[in-house]
Design a binder for this molecule. Structure first.
Ligand code: SF4
Ligand code: SF4
Length: 179
């Protein structure tokens, strides 16, 4: 059996979507994510959540750009993201990958790199750079995207299909509305 693309990604590109440098942030969390993870790992939320205040204009622009997150900032321009430790997600084991089981993982992590556009169509959150060295230089590539020639290839590599992506999108939207 071939090694999953997400296990090969950090070595091929030098960095994965579970790592963040400098001012970069990791995945946005919904309140539902936080409760699900907190109950599963039996840790206080503060140990795996970071909070950041953004300005009102930035919050409005984010919601306009990403329809699944509409309403995320309705209680104030504050976002909650996965905590970073030494440049990586607190749940990342650099040798073995994510230490959360898929059933516990943040919905945004399960959906990445797929993203819904304001017109309801699906796209990718990352560019295709066309070569691994270019993607590695950019530091925000995705190996599944680099290796896939078509959207179906990217879906296959990540073990998803269009229905699964739709279902995850709906789940994310419901979690944001429940927040
Ligand atoms: S989703 Fe893409 S960027 Fe993230 S680990 Fe997998 S291949 Fe790499
Ligand atoms: S929760 Fe898991 S998949 Fe999400 S960023 Fe952290 S290590 Fe990566």
């Amino acid at each position: 059996m071939s090694t999953p693309v997400c296990a090969r990604c950090p070595r091929a590109l030098g960095v994965s979507c579970c790592e963040a440098e400098g001012e970069e942030r990791l995945a946005l969390l919904t309140p539902t994510d936080i409760v699900r993870i907190r109950d599963a790992v039996r840790r206080r939320a503060e140990t795996f959540v970071e909070e950041e205040w953004v300005d009102e204009a930035e919050a409005a622009a984010y919601e306009a750009r990403r329809p699944l997150y509409r309403g995320y900032f309705r209680k104030g321009p504050r976002r909650q993201t996965l905590r970073r430790v030494s440049g990586a997600c607190v749940f990342l084991d650099r040798r073995t990958g994510c230490t959360l089981s898929p059933g516990i993982r943040p919905t945004a992590c399960l959906l990445y790199p797929f993203d819904q556009l304001p017109d309801g169509s699906w796209s990718l959150q990352v560019s295709r750079f066309g070569s691994l060295p270019e993607a590695a230089r950019a530091r925000n590539g995705c190996l599944a995207v680099e290796e896939g020639e078509r959207m179906d290839d990217v879906l296959d590599a990540l073990g998803l299909d269009p229905e699964a992506v739709e279902a995850l999108g709906e789940r994310l939207w419901r979690e944001v509305q429940a927040g």
